[in-house]
Design a binder for this molecule. Structure first.
Ligand SMILES: Cc1cc2nc3c(=O)[nH]c(=O)nc-3n(C[C@H](O)[C@H](O)[C@H](O)COP(=O)(O)O)c2cc1C
Length: 380
């Protein structure tokens, strides 16, 4: 499994692995792929700690960083991050606050004792900028924005420093906007994917985006967990894959790390991930205000019930549920927690090292592509 993206990034295989877990990122890069660390939920100190650790682990091998940076809007400009956080919290209607307080009671989500952590993960432009300031003190090879095109000044800084840029796209018109802004790689993110997703299936989206932005390289994202799926992505016009769910059942996935700045606290969901079928995810707005695919739980169902006030827009919804989400992580509530997962989770039924996941993907890819040679029309 080898495409021109391997030369562009100096990697052995065009397998890009997204994870918020630093050990997964290091393992992917060390196995010849490109590990990309999601820093959206981290404080700047956590980003620094995580990137220093990854750099120690991977040496000269490249790694990437993914931020969630929404566009700067008039209402989120010209105030500092703490002031903005306070202003946003003040704008949350009482009805929504009461609903979440009631849910926390209903699901027995007790306060965290002796809680002295500063929560990260405020999904605003300015919060992502402060994470990026820290990222740029390190040496990533790839910088990706989950939500829209990176701002022009950041694209320019990256270009000067030899950092390639990428952006996720759930529609062909978004991919074209990324290309026109000077982004190096588009990540075509389909309906099946974990986390924030659009509503177009991969079989349509990857081909549509590859056609729309050619010859710009495209990574197919959404259900990329096996060599067979990677072969389909390359056939659709992608030059590589971007996988997120594949690592949730890896040895290195840290479900429930110690609560340091580096790890803001996730629910230990490995067993829930192993047990889930491909029908057990839902696209829901409860965590951030934008549709994101997570494991379906009684908590996500409660947001769809008739007494729910519905969802606030990003970033208000995220601010509304931050405390609940932190409690879910602290109390390790995999019965209701925040557990991003794509539909491919139903195919992930065994815990393996990330390096083995990559080796198996590459082997299966080569076998599948070789077997396809027998399916062409014409002289054999
Ligand atoms: C635990 C987890 C957290 C995620 N958080 C982010 C994120 O912060 N930023 C982002 O760009 N994508 C995030 N994603 C989505 C991935 O980047 C990717 O688009 C998706 O996982 C691809 O689909 P797949 O899960 O079927 O492989 C997350 C995915 C997972 C599994």
């Amino acid at each position: 499994m080898h495409t021109p993206l391997c030369e562009l990034f100096g990697i052995d295989h065009p397998i890009f692995g997204f994870s918020p877990s630093p050990p997964v990122v290091a393992a992917i890069s060390n196995a010849g792929g490109m590990g990309v660390l999601g820093v959206a939920a981290m404080t700047p100190e956590g980003v620094d700690e995580a990137l220093s650790w990854i750099e120690d682990q991977v040496g000269e091998r490249p790694y990437g960083v993914d931020v969630i940076m929404p566009a700067l809007t008039a209402e989120t400009a010209a105030v500092d991050t703490e002031q903005l956080a306070a202003e946003l919290r003040a704008r949350i209607p009482n009805e929504n606050r009461e609903f979440v307080d009631d849910l926390m009671d209903r699901f027995a989500l007790e306060p965290i004792p002796d809680d002295n952590m500063t929560p990260g993960g405020m999904l605003t432009h300015l919060a992502a900028r402060s994470q990026l300031d820290t990222v740029l003190q390190h040496s990533p090879a790839f910088l990706v924005n989950a939500l829209g095109t990176l701002p022009a000044d950041i694209i320019e800084t990256c270009r000067q420093r030899g950092i390639r840029t990428g952006s996720l796209a759930g529609k062909a018109k978004h991919a074209v906007a990324h290309r026109d802004a000077g982004i190096d790689v588009v990540i075509s993110t389909s309906y099946e994917a974990a986390g924030h997703t659009g509503d177009i299936a991969g079989m349509v989206l990857h081909a549509e985006i590859a056609n729309a932005v050619a010859p710009l390289p495209v990574l197919a994202s959404g259900a990329m967990a096996t060599g067979r799926q990677a072969a389909a992505a390359i056939a659709l016009g992608a030059q590589g894959v971007w996988a997120g769910s594949a690592w949730l059942t890896s040895d290195e996935w840290i479900g429930r790390p110690p609560p340091t700045a580096m790890f803001p606290g996730w629910t230990d969901a490995k067993q829930a991930y192993l047990d889930a079928t491909s029908s057990d995810t839902v696209r829901t707005r409860w965590a951030t205000g934008k549709p994101a695919r997570l494991l379906r739980t009684p908590w996500s169902d409660a947001w769809e019930a008739s007494d729910s006030p519905g969802y606030l827009p990003m970033p208000l919804q995220g601010a509304l549920v931050t405390e609940a989400q932190r409690r879910m992580g602290h109390w390790n509530r995999s019965d209701i927690g925040f557990m991003p997962a794509g539909q491919v989770i139903g195919m992930l039924n065994e815990i393996k090292p990330a390096g083995r996941i990559i080796a198996e993907m590459v082997r299966e890819y080569d076998e599948v592509v070789a077997s396809l040679a027998n399916t062409t029309t014409g002289p054999r």
